[in-house]
Design a protein around this ligand. Structure first.
Ligand SMILES: NC(=O)c1ccc[n+]([C@@H]2O[C@H](COP(=O)([O-])OP(=O)(O)OC[C@H]3O[C@@H](n4cnc5c(N)ncnc54)[C@H](O)[C@@H]3O)[C@@H](O)[C@H]2O)c1
Length: 332
């Protein structure tokens, strides 16, 4: 199949593209390789993808309507869109909300328009897009279920992801565009994101620097290994909602799923796992809760298990040492 992956130079986009090409698909990748974090990491991922047969790259911004039109003209036979490009990060959205407006709202609207056109031409079967566990915001009930009401974002990032779900619902309702939103829960692994705690903690511990532990360590996160996420993304793409199936929203062909590990790890246990893998400990500076953060994330993955057989298999005791091994090798 011909598949468009947005954010192909990003962490999840890179791994997803590799798997799709290994499975024999043709991938059109797009990314603007912005400087939110070290672009060298994006280039390193991209260099690997560009060596693969079946990969075509467009350096472009999804908020640029003219560039999206050109892509549409060049590849009107795309069958699946996996839309992962976004301005990620909770804390950065407090300093720089405008970049979230461009990439996550304008960009998402442009991707929906592209999907609508390709669907109307009879080619596109499914629009799959990244949402986030952050949409659960201030919800207290755990584990978080896709049946829960999500109306209490505590960061602007979360608000844009919740908006993406509503925007997609309206396109599914109006244009019968089959769409699936994936609420990812703290994804980690090789070639991961340097702005995330597991990455920056690993770096700091190796360099003998202290780490800041928010909410005095009283936090839990559902950590999901990248390969489990990629298996989920590449499985769900073959399950386009029809509008009358289980878990479809208000009769429109749109569903959302949690992709987590279904285990809420204590932050301090998680730090200890990193220290063990590195064979080194470090000083912990205890701090208050950071603005925009939530205390706990914990995914109920029942719907994903039932509908497309999602089955995360990697505990942090296995995933963290594998990440640490990659980190040492890559940065040596
Ligand atoms: N990694 C996680 O734990 C996690 C958790 C929840 C949700 N998500 C979501 O999953 C998706 C992928 O996340 P990731 O961790 O791979 O992040 P990432 O930042 O590594 O990847 C996103 C990619 O999109 C590109 N991009 C951003 N804005 C763009 C634009 N306007 N035009 C073109 N390209 C653009 C970036 O350059 C980057 O390469 C994002 O939508 C993110 O919000 C990730």
């Amino acid at each position: 199949m011909k598949i468009l992956v947005t954010g192909a130079a990003g962490f999840i986009g890179f791994h997803t593209t590799q798997k799709l090409i290994n499975d024999g698909h043709q991938v059109i990748g797009i990314d603007n390789q912005n400087g939110y974090y070290d672009p060298a990491l994006k280039t390193a991922r991209l260099n690997q993808l560009q060596a693969l047969e079946g990969f075509t790259f467009y350096p472009m911004d999804i908020a640029d309507e003219a560039a999206v039109h050109k892509l549409e003209a060049d590849h009107s036979d795309i069958e699946i869109i996996i839309h992962l490009a976004a301005q990620a990060g909770v804390r950065y959205s407090i300093e720089n909300p405008q970049s979230y407006v461009q990439s996550n709202l304008v960009g998402h609207a442009n991707m929906l328009e592209l999907a609508r056109h390709l669907h109307e031409k009879g080619h596109l079967k499914h629009f799959v897009y990244a949402s986030s566990s952050s949409v659960y915001g201030a919800n207290k009930k755990t584990p978080f279920s896709v049946e829960d009401v999500v109306r209490s974002p505590v960061s602007f990032y979360a608000a844009t992801k919740a908006a993406n779900e509503l925007m997609s619902q309206s396109y599914a309702h109006l244009y019968r565009l089959p769409a699936t939103g994936l609420r990812f829960f703290t994804v980690y692994g090789p070639y991961g994101r340097p702005d995330m705690a597991y990455f920056s903690f690993t770096k700091a511990i190796l360099e003998g620097k202290p780490i800041t532990v928010f909410n005095n360590g009283d936090m839990r996160r559902d950590f999901t290994w990248i390969d489990d996420i990629v298996d989920g993304v590449t499985a769900v793409m073959n399950f386009a909602p029809t509008g009358d199936a289980f878990h479809t929203i208000a009769g429109a062909p749109h569903r959302v799923f949690n992709l987590g590990n279904n285990k809420a790890e204590k932050l301090l246990d998680f730090i200890e796992t990193i220290e063990k893998a590195l064979g080194k400990t470090t000083q912990k500076i205890m701090a208050d809760m950071a603005a925009g953060d939530v205390k706990e994330t914990f995914a109920d993955i029942t719907a994903a298990q039932e509908i497309f057989g999602y089955n995360p298999k990697t505990p942090i005791s296995k995933g963290i040492p594998a990440f640490v091994e990659w980190y040492k090798d890559f940065y040596q």
